[in-house]
Write a protein that binds this ligand. Sequence first.
Ligand code: B3K
Ligand code: ZN
Length: 898
Amino acid sequence: MADTATPNVIRRADYAPPAFLIDTVALEFDLIPERTVVRNTMRVRRNPDASHASNFELMGEQLEFVSATIDGAPFAQAHAHEHGLTLDNVPDSFELTLTSICNPAENTTLSGLYVSGGNFFTQCEAEGFRRITYFLDRPDVMATFTVTLRASKADYPVLLSNGNLLEEGDLPDGRHFARWEDPFRKPSYLFALVAGKLVALEERVKSGSGKEKLLQVWVEPHDLDKTRHAMDSLINSIRWDESRFGLELDLDRFMIVAVSDFNMGAMENKGLNIFNTKYVLANPETATDTDFANIEAVVGHEYFHNWTGNRVTCRDWFQLSLKEGLTVFRDQEFSADMAGGATDEAARATKRIEDVRVLRQMQFAEDAGPMAHPVRPESYVEINNFYTMTVYEKGSEVVRMYQTLFGRDGFRKGMDLYFKRHDGQAVTCDDFRHALADANGRDLAQFERWYSQAGTPRVSVRTQYDAAQQRYSVTLTQGYGDTAPAARETQKGPLLIPFAIGLIGKDGHDLALQLEGETRASEATTRVLEFTQTEQTFTFVNVAQEPLPSLLRNFSAPVIVEYDYSADQLAFLLAHDSDPFNRWEAGQRLATRELLTLAGRAATGVPLQLDDSVVAAFARVLTDETLSPAFRELALMLPSEAYLAEQMAESNPAAVHAARQFVRKRLANALRADWLAVYEKHRTPGAYEATPEASGHRALKNLALSYLAELDDPAEAVRLASAQYDAANNMTDRSAALSALLNASAANGGSVEAHQALDDFYRRFEKEPLVIDKWFALQATQRGSAQRPVIEIVRKLMAHPAFNLKNPNRARSLIFSFCAANPAQFHAEDGSGYAFWAEQVIALDAINPQVAARLARSLELWRRFTPTLRDGMRAALEKVASQVKSRDVREIVEKALA
Ligand code: B3K
Ligand code: ZN
């Protein structure tokens, strides 16, 4: 095996610096779909910090080797093999020119150079550059790039690459060229090119230091009317990074390009971000409020990578969270600031709640299964499988904890030091932690465990009030409980947990906080306790009455809090906690507890009932006009079926569905008049506005509609939904109405209204692929019934002319929506869902391993389910394991079965 062959398992401990360094790269492309010729000229020298190697090993995949020259002379000792190219006995410093050919037209993996809609695009992270040319394709090899693109002018009028345009012009035979230069050293994963028939929305803005910048959003011509929001989001991102972190755009030109075939959300290539159309294109008719918010977040995320990821990059892929966790944190703060500025805590909390919901539902589940890994993983088989909720979302929580510990100013000081030390370098998570520690004069050695330990920590809380002494003690104990074996082996000791707490008095107001040893109470009524030992007691003094504790305010650490609140106490917190996050949290705890009890009953066939006090607690939120509509919508939304199933000793999706439906119906029927009143009151007549306020009204109104659709007699809801569908001037209202119609009709096997609306929706938006994705997704996630199982609808839709397995958005809209977002139907007892899953994973494996591996993950928690389901899932996993070829899918299913 040559050195560049990928061994089965790559380990962090095996990191070694590269034997050679590449200082400059000049790439020349002759772009032809089936046969693109790439000439790559590099200045190479031995790495003084690495051990000597006589051979130069370059990575390469799916390339046809043509020739090699060293310092202008043909080089005969070049051997191409399956994993790359070996050059024997090279000099210490030399200019190397390699010529090779690739086939973008046949590249269905969407990694490397590929064709989509007749245009050329690239995706190089993590290891796609080696599918374009032979290279030291690893992030610690940083070079400056110049790129020359040549192509037919009629077919590819626009030629883009990273950095600044140096020159462009015509060539013989109807061809033309463009030459680009990126002045910044970068790793190969940030390389990009785009060529095709595209048009741009352009803006010129001045950056903080007064330099003019050209901003462009490139799309296919018919999409130009959907680029304004992405452009505004980009301008806001530029402003925000200047004001919050003092970071300026460093290029004269910044481009975003939309492509409809894309494996993930977007990619932060230097100066040339490439985006899934889903995260660029929006107008009120085609995009929902959620789409608008996601576009703002993803445009921000990719833009922020320019500093956190590009200027300072990762030494190796184990450090992925260095850029991803940090950049997710930055995009979350950006969205929160856009919604509520620095001070509107309620508006900020809405964003926080949404982010924590995702973390708890997805990352906690990941941490509990066979793919559990630390924020900085120790090993991987296929790096693309490690762009995970843990690396991104838990990684972002880890970054947030620095800010919770040091405050915004302390965090900023740490960031400043990080850039001062590491600008232009490829570094590690330890380097980041050291910058934060040094800038704040702190020893953060213990904090390293957040990077090396997997599993979700549990903090159990005991409290004791001593009325005579007016002392209130809070004892915290930390551990991991009964975690997945993959996580257990990483757990070495207690973490530094910033534990934010408040104490609430009988009147619902926060009490003053004075810890034992302090001379007086602090002004702030939330205190961040630094919890560092396995067990630790914090004692508050001068506590005149027995308080109710508000624990882990604003979700100050990614942990599970165990505390035995009574239902009355939760209702009290839901009504009074000054921390909006914990107000929401109290409602969720209350609902989760009731729902789990009911699911347990449903599983054993005991009749279901719900206490009036729970209904009353929800009624108070529903009718409390002092709360923002956005908050009420979040508070009234029950925990998801997936999250609830995950909390059961044995996951039972059918029982969870029955319990959740029972509660929804009960709340619908008991509060019918209130839902109707809320529905009427929160209509947003007039022109569509994409503001947080307007979207809050729509969210609450549409939640009301979805509850009304649960009524025993849904006639009224059907009437409202049909009217809303017909009158809607925006996609949020139209798709919510369609969804309500589908769900209202589920019980009686489909209704005329639902059918008509579905047909109308399709015809109306036939030419809008992103909306047709919604059309597939709405049907895949709809409620089913014994007479009308959703799997049958899904199978029929697989044969629809608009379905296309090769387009990841479309595959996700139908297949992933069904397998991952419709648990009650997917986990049908007859195993029909699992058989479908296996077929699709196997089919996708041959087309696009990265997408296949994502789908493969929807069975990874199989061991936690009821015995019948478990058997069905194991059989499906075994079938897949015996048939798939890609490293991507193999890693997932083998870990699941191990
Ligand atoms: N850095 C890319 C993700 C690349 C995924 C490769 N499989 C997008 C992002 O996180 O911004
Ligand atoms: Zn990212």
